[in-house]
Design a protein. Structure first.
Lengths: 236, 193
């Protein structure tokens, strides 16, 4: 018999509900039945580690494509991946995607009449280091209109996908920029019930990590689910 | 100890494929490998319309019932090159697929043994957070009957939403069908993990 440790349970205040009326696309894409709560087993406390994935360092720099510089404000986005106990989450895959400086995604379904940038794809990947740290170089994404309601605009954001050490630590989120005037009008941002949890999705401008004559810098730490105190028995 | 607040979930949005679509990630094993199986299905919304902007991710043990992860302390053997993770972005018809091997049984809590299963994440535009489900197999009748998670569900029709059906007309490799209904009459059972 071995013992495994469960992960903490998620708070409904820190995460969005499956159905949020103001974000219209949730209407037909949320389950009406209640999710069935299951105890964590070896399936839930393990997860993909991507130890065999080999990344190029260029995958962490979205500001240059084929040796040519993208248009827009060059920025660093850096910080740490932590668990709820404040412990670093090392060696975990971080994937990002975003629109360009004009607010246009390189995607056939994006019909916003803003220019594409031949030197910007908007896709990056990185593995956090031993201290849980990461650092991307990119271009500050623009705001863009969307069809949710009349005159709807998304605040500028970068999409982040993280795995952490277990199946249950999976997190896909969006990182926002300080003082965006669009926050008050965005149903995706406002779908999070807790005000402090909403604020935690906003990065901080950090003068100390800017690079003079080169790039501004925004800091953002991710906090993934941590362990619960009580271990459980697993298997005979 | 005071806890740090977790980072909130947000939708993958409509342009998830920019980062999440890449060649070959549906193949956990090569199609022509021994014991390869194919699992395929369609993601539907509450009106039965296929969802073309979803991504399905799977996490599973290998055929020996071993996860490639240090917290699986069982004596079952790892298989070189089998990571247990796969990802499939739905196409314009809402279809996804994986080519993998059927996992072996892994331990459940206490002295229990789980039936062969895959853990599944579903993310899409219009979903603010991932939904979690499991894929079991229709030709594992005995082990399914013993599975502690399946046995939390009394309703036979609800249990069926978790079971991939073996296709008797399978071609060269065994095929299973598993549809995901986000809402509606045949709504898939989702788990709170």
């Amino acid at each position: 018999m071995t013992e495994l440790e469960s992960y903490s349970r998620e708070s409904k205040k820190d995460h969005p509900p499956a159905f949020y009326k103001d974000y219209k696309s949730t209407t037909l894409r949320h389950p009406k039945n209640r999710a069935i709560k299951i105890d964590h087993t070896v399936t839930e406390v393990t997860g993909p580690l991507f130890s065999s994935v080999k990344l190029e360092s260029s995958e962490g720099d979205l500001s240059i494509e084929n040796g040519k510089e993208a248009q827009g404000q060059r920025i660093f986005v850096s910080g740490r991946v932590l668990d709820e106990g404040g412990r670093p989450v090392p060696n975990t895959l971080i994937e990002i995607w975003q629109c360009n400086a004009a607010g246009r995604y390189l995607h056939p379904n994006d019909q916003h009449p803003a220019p594409l940038d031949p030197n910007f794809v908007g896709r990056g990947r990185m593995i956090s280091n031993e201290k849980g740290e990461y650092k991307f170089t990119t271009i500050k994404p623009g705001a863009y209109p969307w069809g949710n309601h009349f005159n709807a605009w998304r605040p500028a954001h970068i999409h982040f996908s993280l795995f952490g050490p277990a199946f249950v630590t999976r997190l896909v989120t969006q990182m926002y920029f300080p003082d965006d005037p669009l926050f008050a009008f965005d149903p995706i941002f406002n779908s999070i019930p807790s005000e402090s949890a909403r604020k935690r999705m906003i990065s901080e401008f950090d003068l100390d990590t800017t690079e003079p004559d080169f790039a501004l810098s925004f800091k953002f730490d991710f906090v993934l689910r941590g362990r619960q105190a009580t271990p459980f028995e697993n298997g005979a | 100890m005071s806890k740090m607040g977790v980072t909130a979930s947000q939708t993958v949005g409509p342009f998830l494929s920019i980062a999440m679509r890449s060649e070959g990630q549906e193949y956990l094993v090569p199609r022509n490998s021994k014991n390869a199986i194919k699992i395929q299905g369609i993601v539907y919304d509450g009106e039965g319309t296929p969802v073309p902007d979803a991504v399905i991710e799977i996490w599973q043990a290998n055929i020996n019932g071993k996860y490639d992860h240090p917290e699986d302390t069982s004596d079952n053997e790892l298989i070189e090159g089998f990571s247990g993770f796969g990802r499939s972005c739905t196409n314009n018809e809402g279809q996804f697929f994986f080519v993998t091997q059927k996992p072996g049984r892994v331990n459940g809590r206490g002295n229990s043994l789980q039936a062969p299963h895959l853990a599944v994440n579903i993310l899409a535009r219009g979903m603010l957070k991932q939904q979690v489900t499991r894929i079991y197999f229709s030709d594992e009748v005995q082990s399914n009957a013993e599975d502690p998670v399946l046995n939390q569900i009394d309703d036979e029709l609800e249990r069926k939403t978790l079971i991939a059906n073996f296709n008797p007309n399978s071609g060269l490799i065994d095929e299973y069908e598993f549809h995901i209904c986000l809402q509606g009459e045949n709504e898939t059972i989702f788990f709170d993990v």
